[in-house]
Design a binder for this molecule. Structure first.
Ligand code: BMA
Length: 343
């Protein structure tokens, strides 16, 4: 059931249109998504001359959902934490958008108190809330985030709508915004403060807000840090295979069922905002593990993580063990790639 409510009540029309596009496509299947898909892959990097993706190299089609990460924009750096120049990222976002794809952005922010990276877990959340010692530092970071988001314009000069996914996997212990390092109240306050700063102070109105915990077993766990129905547009979930195929299928099923139940109760679209099996060491992973578990569940998109190198990748490269299954999988009519839905 769709509704017109958005977390940002001044959101531009194209934000609502994106939400509706996402809802509509989820009636037919799920969008296939990939992180940094066109920025680099195994053995290559984008160089302005050639536009590609490991998804395209193997399956002959581009993804429908494009993930990017703005970690390091907080310091106004030229490149993100994985060495993608922000200038290129902007061009790739424009291209994906004009081709009919949609964009989701995560933010592996550094620790604002210790200046370590996202995985440096010195307590920081309470210090960046209003009244805290690092509030001004944080505000300045959000200004840099806002400037980047406001620079994403299409060829007609209209702002590109983005499914923004800050402070993800907050129920894990690996990021400074994770549960052991801040209370759930402070997490929710951080979400509200960030949304208010972006929309109010810096007038960013091209975002849908996506909430994405990691592994859960119950709806109660899923909702532990949930900022509220009026502050979230899309419900997400991140989950990776670490153990056996059998275990992962059962965990994935539980997680998708929880996600679906919570999302149905709040009438919001839902997605697997990160998923994958690093190095895909299973020949039939795409058809027999991923699709068999997630097909027909009403998910809006399923986003595989990045293809960094032969040591860290989530999409097969040519000749990789799972490449031929990936090709069959990509032909399924409910797995939606670029060109499969009307712009
Ligand atoms: C992680 C890994 C890291 C990367 C980070 C942000 O899951 O892929 O290598 O820096 O995501 O993209």
């Amino acid at each position: 059931m769709s509704n017109f409510y958005l977390s940002d009540n001044l959101a531009h029309l194209q934000v609502l249109t994106l939400k509706q596009k996402i809802e509509k496509l989820s009636e037919r299947g799920y969008a296939f998504g990939h992180q940094d898909s066109t920025a680099y892959g195994v053995g290559w990097r984008y160089d302005k001359e050639s536009y590609s993706s490991d998804v395209f190299k193997v399956a002959g089609k581009f993804p429908l959902a494009y993930g990017f990460d703005i970690g390091q924009i907080e310091h106004n750096k030229d490149k993100n934490l994985d060495n993608v120049p922000f200038e290129d990222m902007r061009d790739l976002i424009k291209r994906a958008n004009s081709d009919g794809g949609f964009i989701t952005i995560s933010w592996h922010a550094d620790n604002p108190v210790s200046n370590g990276d996202s995985w440096e877990t010195t307590n920081a959340v309470k210090h960046i809330l209003k009244g805290g010692s690092h509030f001004e530092v944080y505000k300045n970071w959000i200004k840099n985030v806002a400037n980047f988001l406001l620079s994403l314009k299409d060829e007609k000069g209209a702002l590109i709508p983005i499914a923004f996914r800050p402070f993800h996997e907050m129920n894990g212990d690996w990021f400074w915004w994770g549960n052991p390092h801040c209370s759930t109240e402070d997490y929710k306050m951080l979400w509200l403060q960030t949304l208010n700063m972006l929309t109010g102070t810096f007038e960013v109105h091209n975002l849908l807000y996506v909430y994405s915990p990691n592994l859960v077993f119950t709806a109660k766990e899923y909702l532990l840090n949930y900022p509220g129905d009026n502050l979230v547009d899309i419900l997400g979930l991140d989950l990776y295979q670490h153990g056996s195929v059998v275990d992962f299928k059962s965990i994935l099923k539980t997680n998708v069922d929880v996600l679906k139940a919570v999302a149905k109760a709040s009438s919001k679209p839902y997605a697997l905002t990160e998923v994958g099996f690093d190095k895909v060491e299973d020949k039939n992973w795409w058809s027999s593990v991923l699709d068999e578990t997630v097909a027909g569940k009403g998910l809006a998109w399923v986003l595989l993580w990045r293809n960094d190198s032969k040591k860290h990748f989530f999409i097969p490269y040519l000749d990789q063990l799972s490449a031929s299954d990936f090709i069959s999988y990509s032909k399924k009519t409910h797995v939606l790639f670029l060109g499969d839905v009307e712009n």
